[in-house]
Design a binder for this molecule. Structure first.
Ligand SMILES: Cc1cc2nc3c(=O)[nH]c(=O)nc-3n(C[C@H](O)[C@H](O)[C@H](O)COP(=O)(O)OP(=O)(O)OC[C@H]3O[C@@H](n4cnc5c(N)ncnc54)[C@H](O)[C@@H]3O)c2cc1C
Length: 424
């Protein structure tokens, strides 16, 4: 923590801290036991990341980037590649980054333009990746490209590329609002020859590999938010207990206490969602939907918490002498990378609208009997069929539907028989 502001000011990645984290066993814990790793779950990753983000979300991004970069390798089917690189990542301090985004596309992964052309058994890569975290300092890159830019997601493929290979170059560090303790650059590929053994996903399988990766890494981005928000809340409580105004401590004002209650509530609920998605992933369930929910909920609530914490510190909150302004800048990024809040809403609404299985009957079939109890043992046997007007909801009891609805005047055909319930 003590070096965070220095590196933020310098706009530089604290590589010495990353190195120390590697030595202390805080990196690469996702590597399966089969390759010599600890095989920690996403849940353990989320718990560790929350603590690091509590000190500096930018450092958390830098550290966690190895998990993001190596997730396609862990998930891919290429055993030779795993045997070659995963043990190396355990033994030596190596950084691996993840590259889908480009100067002209980010959200629309199917719109990748970086091209991979087949040349015998090899591929030749040409194109530019942008916004690549750790790109300037990484040794390896999980690069997503396309075998045919016109074929959308069907052309997407992925490769593990070494930064030292001919034709790979990194651009200047992109100056950012926050998370300045993380390195962000563009990466250029000019006729880079990638041997077949470095294929993470052949054309047609890369898109799914990218999406599966995000499903497993998004909960942890939520954990960045939980950690940052928790610290902001703690700083605000500390300040509210000491600062005086109008003859009292500001923490004695209910307006401040309620802000703190809401901060606490947001931190706790965000963490629960993050852990739920992480648990699903660790249990081998499909975490996609809950990973998206955790990501957009936790990162948006984190920004609200940091904003209110800054408010509690008043003018001091706005200065660089207190930690809130950096947290505010750092946390702002979380709504953007690894799928913006808008993209997460698209994923969740798509599920809610089209694949979610409702428990309740459809509105047209709802048995709303206000005049009679259809299950009353004394009268139940005598209950006549019931018909529901599909327009206004009126229930008609009788052998047949009425000629027209007495409420909305729609014709007999508008009525649907809802009782006795059809056997399903
Ligand atoms: C500091 C930083 C680090 C990053 N690290 C990496 C990295 O390591 N690897 C990597 O590959 N990428 C990385 N990214 C890129 C990041 O993932 C993208 O910026 C992000 O996915 C958004 O893409 P974009 O910036 O191209 O915005 P666009 O996709 O152009 O979107 C612009 C705006 O339009 C909205 N939008 C787009 N489509 C829709 C839609 N269908 N409906 C509604 N709204 C929509 C978006 O939500 C956004 O608000 C990083 C970005 C930053 C800023």
């Amino acid at each position: 923590m003590p070096v965070a502001w220095y590196f933020d000011e310098k706009d530089d990645i604290p590589l010495s801290v990353l190195r120390k984290a590697f030595d202390e066993g805080l990196m690469n814990n996702d590597i399966p036991k089969k390759y010599g790793g600890n095989e920690y779950g996403i849940l353990e990753g989320a718990i560790m990341t929350e603590e690091i983000a509590a000190a500096c979300p930018g450092l958390a991004t830098s550290l966690f980037d190895n998990s993001l970069g190596m997730e396609p390798l862990i998930l891919c089917a290429n055993e030779v590649l795993k045997e070659k690189y995963l043990p190396k990542l355990l033994k030596e301090f190596k950084l691996i980054c993840f590259a889908t985004s480009e100067p002209v596309m980010g959200s629309d992964v199917a719109g990748i333009r970086c091209e991979a052309k087949r040349d015998g058994d090899d591929y030749i890569l040409n194109g530019t990746k942008y916004w690549i975290t750790n790109g300037g300092v990484a040794d390896y890159i999980s690069v997503f490209a396309t075998a045919d830019p016109k074929s959308g997601h069907e052309g997407i493929c992925a490769f593990l590329v070494e930064k030292s290979w001919d034709g790979v170059s990194a651009g200047k560090t992109i100056p950012k609002l926050g998370q300045r303790c993380s390195n962000t650059v563009g990466l250029n590929f000019k006729n880079v020859r990638v041997p077949e053994e470095n294929v993470l996903a052949p054309p047609g399988e890369g898109f799914l590999l990218a999406m599966k990766t995000f499903s497993r890494t998004r909960p942890v981005v939520g954990a960045f938010g939980v950690g940052g928000a928790r610290s902001a809340m703690e700083y605000a409580i500390d300040y509210a207990k000491k600062r005086r105004a109008f003859g009292s401590k500001i923490g004695d004002f209910q307006a401040i206490q309620f802000k703190i209650a809401e901060m606490y509530q947001k931190v706790e609920t965000a963490r629960l969602l993050v852990w739920k998605a992480a648990w699903e992933a660790d249990k081998g369930l499909d975490p996609t939907i809950n990973a998206s929910i955790a990501k957009f909920y936790a990162t948006e609530k984190a920004l609200e918490v940091v904003n209110e914490a800054l408010q509690i510190l008043g003018g001091y909150g706005y200065t660089k002498m207190f930690p809130l302004e950096k947290l505010f800048r750092d946390i702002r990024l979380l709504r953007i990378y690894e799928g913006t809040s808008e993209i997460q809403r698209m994923i969740v609404s798509g599920h809610a609208m089209y694949t979610y299985q409702p428990v309740m009957p459809s509105l047209e079939d709802l048995p709303i009997f206000r005049e009679k109890d259809p299950l009353d043992p004394d009268t139940g046997g005598e209950i006549k069929p019931a018909w529901r007007c599909r327009m206004c909801g009126h229930i008609h009891h009788g052998q047949d539907p009425p000629e027209e609805c007495p409420y909305c005047f729609f014709p007999q055909t508008t009525f649907k028989k809802i009782w006795p319930a059809e056997e399903t």
